[in-house]
Design a protein around this ligand. Structure first.
Ligand SMILES: [Zn+2]
Length: 131
């Protein structure tokens, strides 16, 4: 029951995270060689003081499931990945931010799943100035 209440709180707070996700997605697409997925979480001073669990959608680069990474099917460029052989998969993770976290702190985690190689994730904590 306690867990259910906590889940509701996370859902309500989710919209405040979205702008950071958009920026992070752009940054990721600009760095095709990065093997560390970088993200940024924006917290209010109060949230930073208390610590919290922040849900994130992380773009993880995977082999294109349509062409198997070749970038083409027969003689035509793969329509799903536009010939890159890569595909983006959005991995849902929950980042545990410790209480009293400082602006600019980085939280590292590793996302593992049975069917993909582990992905390293670095989340930068940004604390909004009080309004
Ligand atoms: Zn493809």
């Amino acid at each position: 029951m306690v867990h259910d209440c906590f889940a509701d709180e996370i859902a309500i707070d989710f919209p405040s995270v979205r702008p950071a996700v958009e920026r992070m997605r752009h940054a990721f697409l600009g760095e095709p060689d990065a093997d560390v997925v970088c993200a940024e979480v924006s917290l209010s001073p109060r949230e930073a003081l208390d610590g919290r669990i922040v849900p994130l959608q992380l773009p993880v680069r995977i082999t294109c499931p349509h062409c198997g990474g070749r970038g083409e099917t027969w003689t035509e460029a793969c329509s799903l990945c536009c010939g890159t052989g890569d595909s983006l998969f959005y991995q849902h993770v929950r980042v545990s931010v410790p209480p009293g976290v400082a602006h600019g702190a980085r939280v590292r985690l590793r996302v593992t799943s049975p069917d993909r190689t582990p992905v390293r994730v670095e989340v930068r904590i940004a604390i909004r100035s009080a309004v």
